[in-house]
Design a protein around this ligand. Structure first.
Ligand code: CMC
Length: 391
């Protein structure tokens, strides 16, 4: 039509205003509602940051207590929904299980899912924050063939999640405080990241008037891809392949640079960061601390460090300003905690949920929001008359 701009991948196009998260990609700065990520990761909790993202300010002690209490009261899944899991093959990828179950969750609340009813929105926000970890843990339990546990609402959000994943029916589960704090920090680091692919998906689906469950389920599916959240799983697979093949790290990097078979250095590069991803810096510190505290030494961590060092000194990566991103070191920590590789992106989804919910709300409450509907430049056949089928 002559007046549209072609922008593959939305490299130059802002689709919205937003007051949630600030990123300066050149300087490597990330802030939620103005607070530096480093300070939040150090001092705060997952639910405290969730509140901050949702409501714009930090909660008071009382507000946080009530929020936490409300979430604990909503952790149970309907028993019928639990029967959903056995219907899927035991080989099912937990990300597909997660998005399907979140979609299915909406069927239980069809009369309470009006995006423009603030009470419904509050309720479903709490429901999703409470139930996503339970669904995630059941997807994990299913994949290892173990019985589902009921949530233990005497435990904090993160401890409850650890117990649901690693507890077994016949034994008392002792939460390891090192693991608990480390997981809390990782979840905080993932809570929001402005208009990334999954958040933009949540906003786009939300812009049609679809309910919160449908919008979040779509976000989970967008996160699944290896260029987005799926990268944490892909990093560990890449490290494992390098180790098993006996190929030198230098040789692997050469193959990446030559773009042989389209191979990429997973966990490197970012659309916005052209400097060290501030989250990756914190995750790298955590990896050393956690593995040491858990008494684990993992050759894959040494391999990752070697890979990072070689890449950072190489002209290919320097010229393109490719640095480790958040996904580069997380997998090593999740592995040390005992999570199977296929659960890594599910952990990312739990982390990102508050951001999705906050951004969905921001869009719903913004009077300027319209249905998302990109333009195209048509490159197909010109007008022609239908000739009938040829024989
Ligand atoms: N390994 C090798 N080359 C790379 C990489 C990489 N990881 N990332 C970018 N490049 C090259 C790319 O081939 C291109 O080179 P050339 O100019 O010769 O064609 C140049 O760097 C610019 O890259 P781009 O693909 O135009 O950048 P983008 O902004 O479209 O893509 C990205 C960003 C994150 C998808 C990409 O860097 C990538 O595929 N990284 C690997 C996957 C990954 O780690 N994703 C996680 C992202 S962070 C958090 C999250 O969302 O999970």
């Amino acid at each position: 039509t002559g007046h549209t701009t072609l922008d593959y991948g939305f490299v130059n196009t802002s689709a919205t205003k937003s007051a949630v998260t600030f990123i300066d990609g050149d300087k490597g700065i990330l802030r939620y509602r103005g607070y530096p990520i480093e300070q939040l990761a150090q001092n705060s909790s997952y639910l405290e940051v969730a509140w901050l993202l949702l409501y714009g300010e930090l909660p008071t002690v009382d507000e946080l207590g009530q929020f936490d209490e409300r979430i604990r009261r909503h952790t149970l899944l309907h028993e019928d929904l639990k029967r959903f899991f056995p219907a899927l093959p035991h080989t099912a990828h937990p990300m597909s299980v997660l998005s399907s179950a979140v979609s299915a969750l909406s069927t239980y609340y069809e009369n309470q899912s009006d995006p423009h009813n603030p009470e419904h929105v509050e309720l479903n926000t709490v429901r999703m924050l409470a139930k996503l970890p339970v669904i995630a843990a059941y997807a994990h339990k299913k994949s290892v063939g173990q019985a589902f546990l009921y949530p233990d609402n005497s435990l904090s959000f993160v401890d409850n999640f650890l117990k649901l994943n690693f507890g077994v029916l016949s034994e008392v589960y002792e939460v390891n405080p090192v693991m608990s704090r480390a997981l809390e920090r990782l979840l905080i680091l993932h809570e929001d990241h402005e208009q990334n692919a999954s958040t933009s998906t949540v906003r786009l689906v939300g812009s049609t008037g679809a309910n919160q469950f449908s919008s979040i389920s779509a976000g989970i599916n967008a996160l699944y891809g290896p260029l987005h959240g799926g990268a944490n799983e892909a990093v560990l697979e890449m490290l494992g392949r390098i180790r098993d093949s006996g190929e030198s790290v230098q040789r692997f990097v050469e193959r990446v640079k030559n773009k042989e078979d389209g191979v990429k250095l997973m966990g490197f590069g970012h659309r916005v960061y052209k400097n060290y991803d501030p989250r990756a810096k914190l995750v790298k510190e955590s990896a050393d601390e956690v593995l040491e505290a858990l008494g684990i030494s993992d050759p894959l961590l040494d391999l990752a460090k070697e890979l990072e060092q070689i890449a950072l000194e190489d002209d290919y990566f320097k010229e393109r300003r490719l640095y480790p991103n958040v996904d580069f070191y997380t997998g090593v920590i999740y592995k040390a905690m005992g999570f199977p590789t296929r659960m890594f992106t599910v952990l990312f989804a739990i982390g990102r949920l508050p951001g999705w919910l906050a951004q969905w709300r921001e869009a719903i409450n913004d009077p300027q929001t319209k249905i998302g509907r990109p333009q195209q430049l048509y490159t197909g056949a010109p007008a022609r008359d239908y000739p009938g089928l040829s024989s």
